[in-house]
Design a protein around this ligand. Structure first.
Ligand SMILES: [Zn+2]
Length: 274
């Protein structure tokens, strides 16, 4: 009798987890999206994010809704004595949520905490330099994204990048693109795609564009996508995302298939914004 009861309770928990929990999350998010967007928050975005002026009224409203959800669900922690301000949280949320603007998916599924350093920070990196030789180096960082539930940013760099939109570099777009890539637990330049048949097309277009970039960089040619994208396919996806949002015209002109692929993935057309 007790065994049967235990099984029934376990099944009830599973059913709640599978069916009820997502409904509750959706309901909670709908509630956050409907909250009035504070005037002060809007002023911060207008001041720090020039691209905001290029968005349509509908896009702005959708972005504001996403920011409300993002701020309710993610935790921010200051590092090296940094006191996290509303301005920091709103600016980071606004840029990150551009990636999700057209209801593109989850709110960075794995991410829970964003650590913010005041400026460039340093970490100890262990590198294998030979079969038995391991070297420890002190390395400067502007940001990083982890597969567990964390992301790190330098506030100084966030400010510089958001105010210098159109230079093709943006640490927030870069690290949050890594988060999208890492949602399946792997950082390999392939995020979760809507349909199975999307994967071969993704691989084909991304591989061709990645090889093209490697080829051009090797020959010393000027490229619209930053040469850091040659590091590996995961970095290529993050750097291509930065270019897609910040230099859409040039990317569309020089890598039309890649632009089309990212347009379809993000369900956005940044060419229309500029
Ligand atoms: Zn990266």
């Amino acid at each position: 009798m007790i065994e049967t009861l235990t099984i029934i309770i376990a099944i009830a928990f599973i059913i709640t987890g599978i069916f009820i929990h997502p409904i509750l999350i959706k309901k909670r998010r709908r509630h956050y999206k409907q909250l009035p967007f504070p005037i002060l928050w809007n002023a911060v975005i207008e001041n720090n994010l020039p691209i905001y002026y290029c968005l349509s009224k509908g896009d702005r409203q959708r972005l504001q809704g996403h920011i409300q959800v993002f701020l309710a669900e993610k935790q921010f922690i200051g590092c090296n004595g940094l006191l996290v301000t509303e301005e920091m949280k709103i600016t980071i949320a606004a840029v990150a949520c551009l990636l999700l603007l057209n209801e593109r998916g989850e709110y960075f599924l794995r991410l829970r905490t964003i650590f913010i350093y005041p400026r460039t920070y340093f970490v100890n990196e262990i590198a294998k330099t030979g079969s038995y030789i391991v070297e420890e180096k002190r390395v400067a960082r502007l940001g990083e994204s982890w597969t567990n539930d964390q992301l790190v940013l330098s506030w100084e760099q966030v400010q510089y990048d958001t105010r210098n939109w159109q230079d093709g570099r943006n640490i927030v777009l870069h690290e949050f693109a890594h988060q999208l890539d890492q949602e399946d637990g792997e950082a390999e330049g392939v995020p979760i795609l809507p349909r199975k048949l999307d994967y071969p097309i993704w691989m084909q277009v991304m591989t061709a564009a990645y090889q093209q970039l490697c080829h051009d960089v090797q020959r010393g040619r000027k490229t619209v996508i930053d040469s850091y994208g040659t590091t590996n396919p995961a970095e290529f996806f993050a750097v291509a995302t930065e270019t897609f949002f910040e230099k859409p015209h040039q990317l569309q002109k020089q890598h039309s298939a890649l632009y089309k692929l990212l347009q379809s993935y993000y369900q956005l057309d940044p060419v229309q914004w500029v």
